[in-house]
Every structure is written in C-alpha cells, then in structure tokens.
Design a protein around this ligand. Structure first.
Ligand code: HEC
Length: 412
C-alpha cells in the first residue's frame, strides 16, 4: 500500500449567484462531422461547440421536434425564430433512432418525480447530494459551480468556484452542513461552507489526480475515489489527507459506498473488479468479477452489506456477497444496451437508472421478491450519472444533459 500524507488548505472566496460566463472548455468543431446543408448549419457549427463536440449530434439518440426543443433549451437560449429553425433542422436530419425507447415494467409502487432546472444552462449537473434539510446540492461540472435547490420553494442558488475550470464532479454534505466536492480537472478536494460561502481547497499529492466521487462515513471522514487508481480520505479534525493505491495498475475506482462496519467499497470502472478499503490501515483488497467485460460503474449497499452495482456496458444489475464470495446478476429490463448507471438503495430495495434509453428510466428492484418496476424520467434524464438516497427514504438524481436535478418521492 502506498500511503502519502499531505494537507494543503487554500481558502478561496465565493461569489453568490454571480452571473459569469461559462468556463467549460470549448471543444472546437469536430472536422470529422459534416453536417447536412440547411439554413442553421453555420450557426450550429459555431454555437453548439462551446461545451462539447459536434459529434454529439450524429451520436445522439435523436429526437422529435419537441424533444430537440426541450433538450437544446437546457443548453442555450435562442430567439424564437432561430430556435425554430435549429429545432426543425435537427428533427429533420437527426430524428429519433429506432431502439432508443425504454422497456417499461409496470408494478404496484407509485413514485412522484419532481425536477428543477439549473440556472446556468448547459452546466452538466454530474452528481447530486441530499442536504439534511431536504434540499439538494449538485455539482455543475461544465460551469465550474456548485448548485443548490430548496425543494420546498424551488429557489436555486449557485456558488461559482474560484479555481478556473476545476470540473466539480461529485459532492457530499457532511454532518456540519459543509459540502465536500471533487475538483476533477484540477486535482483538489473542496469544502464549501454554505453559510459563509467560503471554500477550503485541499490539493491532492503528486501522482494522485482526477478525484471522482466523495462520501462521508459515520466518523465524519471524507473518502474519495480517483481516476489515478487511488482511494483517499481526509480526517476533518486534523485536515490530514491519506492516499491508498489500488493493487492493480490502471484501476479506476469509481462509485464508492460505506458498509455497516465502516469499510468503504468501490467499483472499478476500468476493470472487472470491486475493491474494499480497510478503514484503519487503508489497505485495498480487490475482488475479481466473473465476466471479463464487466465494467461496474456505480455501487450501493443493502443493510446486509451486500454490494450492488450497475454493470454499465453489459446492461446488468449485479450483487456480490462478501461473506460467501458469490456473484449474482439480473439483466436490466431494457436489455443489454440499457447502460445502467446511477444506483442507490433504500433498505432492501435497489433503485437505479437505465441511461441509454431516451427517456432514461428509473428502475426499482425489490431484492426480496427479485422483481422489477420502472418509470420514465419526465425530462428525459439525459444520462443520470449518479443518484443518492435521502435519510427519509427519497432519492435525489442529477440529470446531466438536461441540466436538472430531480427528487423522487416514493409511495406504496
Ligand atoms: C453551455 C453549454 C452547451 C452548449 C452551448 C450546447 N450544449 Fe449540448 N450539451 C451540453 C451538456 C453539458 C451536455 C451533456 C454532455 C455529457 O454529459 O456528455 C450536452 C449534451 C448534448 C447532446 C446529447 C444529449 C443526450 O440526450 O445525450 C446533444 C445532442 C447536444 N448536447 C446538442 C447540442 C446542440 C444542437 C447545441 C447547439 C444548439 C448544443 N448542444 C449546445 C452543454 C451544451
């Protein structure tokens, strides 16, 4: 185990809800993409590459005119005439593709899904985090800001970050009400105090970069995964950072969750592996999965400490029992291409999202009866990359490409 210790807090200030230009990296036009002729072609080639490449158009699932209108209005505000021209062009040349509808499974449970649009268009809410007061935090990755919505009033706020283009990715609220986030592009962990707006930044040690998903354990320790093959932690009392390396080179610890014994478990998105971390020594143990092409992306645990994961490229929901070493799996209702992604548990019920279909689908899996039920996400979801359960049995979702966060209230 590699263990490095470093503390480097830098206090940054915050500007409350300031209107700043988008700081996402301009990707530039993609020369490989030749758009069909048409009136708004030149405009699209110029304006739609501010945040991503043009190959998003041919690669998209395609939409109807209404679908395109709803989607692009979450990224760019256009005058009516221009919007009509762009939407008409997109619907004609990039219509909805076959095979992109979800397979929905009816059932007895009722859910209410409420959604809120982030104030900064095209901000790519990557991850959501529930706040203790019932509100929702999100990481606006492309807009370099942390967002917040009061779900009772619908009032939104954004906290622009001082470090430019830092790519806030995952976030979590700790017991003091501070919000820890990963500055994915700039290799730091940030702690936002929403009362004062101050942000404390903790740089990662050399060789450790692209911090990914943070989580807080019962002791208040903040654990986080990194794309450089590490799991780190910060002790909030001492502000000491410790880093553990995964045994396998090229590992990518992605989603992370803490079990009832205080052990962090993660999924490795670049291999067919799960990992667990000894909370005292920091030592990482890896567990190989039976299918070589499994790429588990997100993780959630049930009260029996069983590990549930979304096997993104294979389209399966999986379960690993650390006690017996047994793996089980279930094909997701929309099939092998469903791209199951964000996942959370509430008691013995597993919830996750199928991120390939348009709309994305919220799936419920009852682990006792082994039955599925599913619902379309009203905004389309636009790839729900992460979801988390609230303390009172609801779910919060980040709907990345449609620039929204969602709250799911569950009836019976
Ligand atoms: C302000 C930033 C911004 C601008 C400008 C922008 N987009 Fe996007 N767009 C996004 C973000 C963020 C996503 C989600 C990207 C991701 O998750 O990979 C996205 C995703 C998409 C997708 C994929 C949607 C899906 O369901 O998967 C399409 C298609 C798209 N954009 C088309 C456009 C078009 C057409 C324009 C110009 C009219 C445009 N975008 C302008 C930010 C922007």
């Amino acid at each position: 185990m590699l263990e490095q210790i470093r503390t480097n807090p830098i206090v940054a200030s915050m500007v409350l809800a300031a209107v700043l230009p988008i700081t996402a990296l301009a990707q530039g036009a993609d020369p490989a993409v030749q758009l069909p002729e048409g009136e708004p072609k030149a405009f699209i080639e110029g304006a739609c590459v501010a945040c991503h490449r043009l190959d998003y158009l041919p690669n998209a699932r395609g939409f109807t005119e209404d679908g395109w209108r709803a989607l692009i209005s979450t990224m760019i505000a256009l005058p009516d005439d221009l919007e009509n021209s762009v939407v008409g062009y997109l619907a004609e040349h990039f219509p909805k593709k076959p095979g992109t509808d979800p397979v929905l499974v009816p059932g007895p449970v009722e859910v209410t899904i409420s959604e809120w649009l982030a104030p900064t268009l095209g901000s790519r809410p990557h991850d959501p985090a529930p706040a203790a007061d019932g509100s929702i935090w999100w990481a606006g990755q492309y807009a370099n800001r942390i967002g917040h919505v009061d779900t009772a009033t619908g009032k939104t706020r954004e906290f622009p970050l001082e470090i430019p283009n830092s790519g806030p990715h995952g976030l979590v609220e700790d017991g003091n009400g501070d919000v820890w986030f990963t500055g994915n592009y700039e290799a730091y962990l940030g702690k936002l105090d929403p009362r004062t707006g101050d942000v404390t930044d903790y740089s990662l040690p050399e060789g450790v970069h692209h911090p990914h998903t943070p989580i807080v354990d019962d002791e208040g320790t903040v654990w986080f995964t990194t794309m450089s093959g590490h799991v780190g932690r910060v002790d909030p009392a001492t502000e000491e950072m410790k880093i553990s390396a995964a045994p396998t080179d090229g590992a990518f610890p992605y989603g992370i969750a803490i079990n009832t014994r205080g052990e962090p478990w993660y999924v490795d998105f670049w291999g067919n592996r799960l990992g667990s971390v000894d909370p005292v020594s920091g030592e990482i143990t890896e567990y190989e999965m039976p299918h070589a092409n499994s790429r588990p992306r997100r993780i959630a645990l049930t009260p029996d400490d069983a590990v549930w994961y979304t096997d993104f490229p294979r389209g399966y929901l999986g379960r690993f029992d650390p006690k017996s070493g047994e793996y089980r799996e279930w094909l997701s209702p929309s099939g092998e291409s469903s791209q199951p992604y964000g996942i959370a548990t509430i008691g013995n019920v597993v919830w996750y999202v199928e991120s390939f279909p348009r709309p994305n689908v919220l799936v419920r899996f009852d682990t006792e009866t082994e039955t599925f039920q599913s619902w379309p996400i009203p905004s389309g979801g636009g790839v729900v990359r992460n979801m988390m359960a609230t303390a009172d049995g609801k779910l919060v979702l980040a709907c990345s490409a449609v620039n929204r966060v969602a709250l799911v209230e569950i009836g019976t």
